[in-house]
Design a binder for this molecule. Structure first.
Ligand SMILES: Nc1ncnc2c1ncn2[C@@H]1O[C@H](COP(=O)(O)OP(=O)(O)OP(=O)(O)O)[C@@H](O)[C@H]1O
Ligand SMILES: [Mg+2]
Length: 283
């Protein structure tokens, strides 16, 4: 989708997905955005969830921290086109997309198309395991995300390793044949960081050593995905994918497709997205 926007040939898109509420989508999205920004990469965070957790996080972010461009994609503005509303500055290299709970199977491909990495955080509970099995089925069958492309990864979130629920979750995830790219502890560090508009990589290291350790494989996996160029298959719509690509129009003339706001999107959201230019005095 957004990769078709002229001027963004080098944009890497990471999408957080799980229609089950509270699984950690916004937490991981904010922490990834903060990580990239703190590594001096121009980063944007796009929030499709009317609850606006990611937008609130960005607005809480201290001025002296590396700047993150934010887009309230859940909001509608009848005065401008959808593409214009979702525009991001050309210098942005990392785009992290936070999606809402209760996303329908039909809307999944709007987010997965053109993504370098699709991350699904999942909690260790029976209800969450059930929900994620449905999600993975929808991703594979409806959105036509292919396991072979290796873009899909699961994050076991809020785990306490010596529990039955954790072991059950890991057994289930292994059975899916989709990589479990990280196991994140249940840790108040995420809560404290979020309250301050920070990522855990920006908290004092003495406090976060264990969490940083659990993030290392996640960062490695995401970096590898981003270093793997997208193929025409990654950019296909589900219909094109099932037809083996024969319906595909040449990439250059494919229309830009951008996700529509969800049904419950408010007329006006949080304040408009800030410009990427850092305020005076900031590097
Ligand atoms: N690893 C973790 N340790 C402790 N708390 C966590 C962790 N991950 C997420 N949380 C907390 O769990 C709650 C839900 O997380 P989050 O908002 O990221 O989920 P979500 O999937 O975005 O939810 P929604 O579907 O409602 O948007 C938040 O209060 C967050 O601070
Ligand atoms: Mg959220």
């Amino acid at each position: 989708m957004l990769l078709n926007i002229p001027g963004h040939p080098e944009l890497c898109k990471i999408v957080l997905l799980n229609p089950k509420g509270g699984s950690g989508k916004s937490t991981v999205a904010a922490n990834l955005a903060a990580y990239f920004a703190s590594r001096e990469r121009r980063t944007a965070l796009m929030d499709f969830d009317p609850q606006a957790s990611s937008m609130r996080w960005v607005h809480n972010r201290p001025q002296d921290r590396p700047y993150i461009y934010s887009v309230a994609a859940f909001a509608t503005n009848p005065r401008v086109t959808r593409s214009f509303q979702l525009r991001i500055p050309p210098e942005v290299r990392q785009l992290v997309v936070d999606t809402p709970a209760a996303l329908t199977a039909q809307r999944l491909s709007q987010f997965t198309r053109g993504a370098h990495a699709i991350l699904v955080p999942v909690l260790p509970s029976d209800m969450d395991i059930h929900a994620v099995s449905q999600l993975v089925a929808d991703l594979l069958l409806v959105a036509k995300v292919s396991r072979r492309m290796g873009r899909l990864g699961v994050i076991a979130n809020r785990v306490r390793e010596n529990t039955l629920a954790y072991r059950r979750l890991m057994r289930f995830l292994e059975s899916l044949n989709i990589p479990v790219v990280a196991r994140l502890r249940d840790s108040q560090n995420y809560v404290h960081a979020a309250e301050q508009g920070l990522g855990i990589h920006e908290l004092p290291q003495a406090q976060t050593a264990k969490d940083l350790e659990s993030w290392a494989p996640l960062i490695d996996w995401v970096e590898q995905r981003m270093a793997t160029p997208l193929t025409p298959r990654d950019l296909m719509s589900p219909l094109q994918a099932v037809s083996g690509g024969v319906l595909v129009r040449p990439a250059a003339v494919q229309p830009v497709s951008v996700p529509e706001p969800g049904p419950q999107a408010p007329e006006a959201g949080l304040p408009p997205a800030r410009r990427f230019d850092p305020p005076a005095g900031r590097s």
